[in-house]
Design a protein around this ligand. Structure first.
Ligand SMILES: Nc1nc2c(c(=O)[nH]1)N[C@H]1C(S)=C(S)[C@@H](COP(=O)(O)O)O[C@H]1N2
Ligand SMILES: [Mo]
Length: 309
């Protein structure tokens, strides 16, 4: 048979495929092998608007940000998350939002990320263990989401919950913490524009070890408040128990505000080691509220931060 005709449907499929690849390249996904993951197709990370900041210190390297992590669901070593987090399936992903709001609903991640345009914000992260980093996160203010949810007057606190899937998160087979990991904020803390709902880092979608596909970043609190891989958000009336406060109430409180004047029972919080500094370098002075006191200090006026640590 002479010219076997190419079906119109085949041409169309191929054209769509290449257009899509070009589109993904244009918006910053260099790899053509990226496939059609809905998780990745929406996320225009590299074009996030850069929000000005006054941090003079240089950024912690991408390598340190993505290989020196705390994510106990994958083990206790700093190297464990990078070694094991690839086993966590993040596509599809949804976040169940319920409690004292107008409408309880499960949101597909791709709908959540579209609520606002993405911004790149450089924040200091201070771990309660005494080290710190400077990281370019990508996301938008959690307040954008909260405003759309129409909270009722009974919504006083917001609880976040991490994925619970022991087959993919082998650390959850051990009882080091009470899984799933829970964190919470007062509503006014959650509404503060610095509180970030975070989808990316360093111009890319979050690597699994950093809490893909969606996490929280609260820059004036110890790192453990910045919960990773969120699947549930709930609005409640009274102050909830959170994972670290439950596991060791004498050492970890609800607020966990960075505070050089209130030591951890087992070590000082007055100084910190910047990851990437030479081991001979002097420890740096930790700043009250991690340097964000001017912005968020009013949230705690009248509160005894020694008692409410
Ligand atoms: N679900 C979950 N979220 C978590 C943790 C964790 O173990 N599990 N560790 C916290 C701690 S102690 C810190 S310091 C930060 C570290 O974030 P990073 O690894 O992206 O720097 O994540 C926080 N979020
Ligand atoms: Mo931490």
């Amino acid at each position: 048979m002479a010219n076997k005709k190419i079906l119109a449907s085949e041409i169309t499929a191929e054209k769509i495929y290449y257009d899509r690849r070009n589109f993904l390249k244009k918006i910053g996904f260099a790899s053509a092998a990226i496939g059609f993951s809905p998780l990745l197709s929406f996320a225009n990370m590299s074009q996030a608007k850069k929000i000005p900041h006054d941090i003079k210190d240089s950024l912690t390297s991408f390598k340190d940000v993505t290989s020196y992590n705390n994510f106990y669901e994958f083990g206790l070593q700093k190297s464990s998350p990078k070694a094991h987090a690839h086993k966590m399936k993040i596509d599809p992903w949804s976040v169940d939002i319920s409690g004292h709001i107008e409408t309880n609903k499960t949101y597909a991640l791709e709908d959540l990320v579209k609520l606002a345009s993405l911004e790149e914000r450089v924040y200091r992260l201070r771990c309660v263990e005494g080290w710190s980093m400077v990281i370019p996160w990508i996301g938008f203010s959690l307040s954008v989401l909260l405003k759309k949810l129409a909270l009722t007057s009974r919504a006083k606190y917001i609880i976040f919950e991490t994925l619970f899937r022991p087959d993919e998160m082998e650390g959850q087979k051990s009882r080091v913490l009470d899984w799933p990991y829970l964190e919470a904020l007062r509503i006014d803390e959650a509404m503060h524009p610095l509180t970030l709902l975070c989808f990316g880092v360093y111009g890319k979608v979050l690597p699994n070890q950093n809490g893909a596909p969606v996490r929280l970043i609260i820059p004036w609190k110890y790192g453990f408040k910045s919960i990773k891989s969120i699947v549930k958000i709930k609005f409640v009336e009274s102050m909830p128990k959170t994972t670290w406060a439950l596991s060791n109430p004498n050492e970890y409180g609800f607020y966990a505000n960075v505070n050089p004047n209130v030591d951890h029972p087992r070590w000082t919080q007055a100084t910190e080691r910047r990851i990437g500094d030479s081991i001979l370098a002097k420890r740096r002075k930790t700043e009250f509220l991690n340097g964000y006191a001017e912005e968020v200090g009013y949230l705690y006026s009248g509160l005894d931060l020694k008692k409410n640590f």
